[in-house]
Design a protein around this ligand. Structure first.
Ligand code: RB5
Length: 146
């Protein structure tokens, strides 16, 4: 199950991405928001990230105006690695090297077609493990040491 969520600045791109997920046959849960009324992006980032920590969802996509607010917020949830991506190479690396649970996109930054390509690159990728796995473990140890 994939968790998806957006604030008011990302709600249109969320629909585009949901259409792609449906075409691709990816099951998803939409955590909102569902309109253009202004909301606070940390609230959506938290529920999406929590769904992954709880095991309800395995991965996620978060969208706001820039992708920055949701990525900062999601990375504050213990256990979560969220990657702010604006290109397909970074999206693939976010999975292959960083094993990111969530990718974060900005509707005001990234056009619909590119955003779909970015999602595709992330979903097609597999974590490479090995030295990259060791580095991911070191990331999580930083958090554990806090
Ligand atoms: C909301 O106007 C905007 O600040 C938000 O969508 C996001 O871009 C924050 O990083």
């Amino acid at each position: 199950m994939l968790a998806i969520g957006a604030d008011h600045g990302g709600v249109n791109l969320k629909e585009t991405i949901k259409n792609y997920l449906t075409e691709r046959g990816v099951e998803f849960k939409d955590f909102g928001t569902f309109g253009t009324t202004s909301i606070d992006y940390p609230d959506i980032a938290k529920v999406v990230a929590d769904s992954i920590v709880k095991g309800e969802c395995e991965k996620g996509i978060l969208i706001c105006g820039t992708g920055i607010g949701v990525s900062i917020s999601a990375n504050k949830v213990k256990g979560i690695r969220a990657a702010h991506v604006t290109d397909t190479y970074s999206a693939r690396m976010a999975k292959e090297h960083n094993n990111a649970h969530i990718i974060c996109l900005g509707e005001r930054i990234t056009g619909c077609d590119l955003a779909v390509e970015i999602v595709k690159a992330y979903l097609d990728a597999e974590h490479l493990g090995g030295r990259h796995g060791v580095r991911v473990e070191k990331i999580m140890n930083i958090e554990k040491a806090e």
